[in-house]
Design a protein around this ligand. Structure first.
Ligand code: AMP
Length: 285
């Protein structure tokens, strides 16, 4: 059984479980607090801290896992990203107090930088020829400037509202991150294990592709088919099915969610009826 390390809490855990569920891999745990669960028939899920997942995989305790790219980069371990899952988007940024004139360019030597990402913070400033003193913290770096622990922080942001509430502003981006399916380097795996992880990546990729897409079915007048084709973007154009003996044909197409409103309105204007829009769990072209 291959072991897949998954985040044990928060949004990342929920989104990872939901993507795996849509891929047909249900997590079946003995209880809410179980650290191990079955994942489909082929995998075992291990629930660990998102930050520890790269170490687990690099050390061989798990074969692959889902975690933020920020965690992988901070770990400094050599791992492969098999797939960008698109959720958990955030940026690691340098932030300073709103009332300060400090920028990365004018940073004074010896400036104290608080961060839960000490490796990435140190690398970032070193690459710019800045000698700083990195103060490692395990979280809540945004309070450090107010406590006099540091002048600058390097922290994760998504909307930026936590920084704003704490009177801080972004100065520069260190790293863009999102959740990834990560794996040990292929050369370190048996052929069978590598193939299983490839299949997992293909399944999850089909889930990522389906996000934001809807499946639309409608009966439209045969005489209007050319105009209907112009309305429906479709993956490969709409599938057209004869409706027995009728003046109507059924069209099926994949439509981006943001275009559903416009497409349905246009189809109705063309005499379309019986219009059905459903979610898609997986999409493999
Ligand atoms: P945590 O549960 O706080 O340890 O966060 C785990 C991971 O969630 C982080 O390492 C990021 O990959 C991801 N994440 C996504 N958005 C955010 C955010 N706004 N703040 C913190 N972490 C985030």
């Amino acid at each position: 059984m291959l072991k897949i390390a998954l985040p044990n809490k928060g949004r990342l855990m929920e989104d990872a479980r939901s993507a795996l569920g849509d891929a047909g891999l249900e997590v079946r745990a003995a209880g809410d607090r179980a650290l191990v669960a079955s994942l489909g028939d082929e995998f075992t899920a291990l629930f660990v801290r998102a930050r520890d997942i790269p170490e687990f995989i690099a050390d061989g305790a798990a074969d692959a896992g889902i975690t933020g790219w920020d965690c992988v980069a901070e770990s400094g371990r050599v791992l492969e990203s098999a797939l960008d899952l698109g959720f958990g988007r955030c940026r690691l940024v340098v932030a300073v107090r709103r009332d300060s004139t400090t920028t990365v360019a004018n940073l004074a030597e010896g400036t104290r930088v608080a961060s839960a990402f000490p490796r990435l913070a140190a690398e970032f400033f070193a690459a710019r020829g800045k000698r700083v003193h990195v103060v490692p913290v395990s979280g809540a770096a945004e309070v450090a400037p107010h406590l006099g622990i540091a002048d600058v922080i390097v922290d994760l942001v998504s909307s930026g509202s936590t920084l704003r509430v704490n009177g801080l502003v972004e100065a520069e981006t260190v790293l863009e991150s999102s959740a990834r399916l990560i794996r040990r380097p292929r050369a370190e795996m048996t052929e069978d294990a590598a193939r299983s992880i490839d299949e997992l990546a293909v399944a999850l990729e089909s889930v990522v592709r389906a996000r934001g897409q809807r499946y639309l079915m409608a009966n439209v007048p045969r005489a209007k088919l050319e105009e209907v084709r112009a309305v429906l973007p479709g993956l490969n154009g709409p599938t057209v099915v004869d409706v027995l003996g009728g003046a109507f044909v059924a069209v099926h197409a994949v439509v981006p969610q943001r275009e559903v409103y416009r497409v349905v309105t246009r189809l109705r204007a063309l005499g379309g009826e019986g219009i059905l829009v459903t979610r898609i769990e997986r999409l493999t072209p």
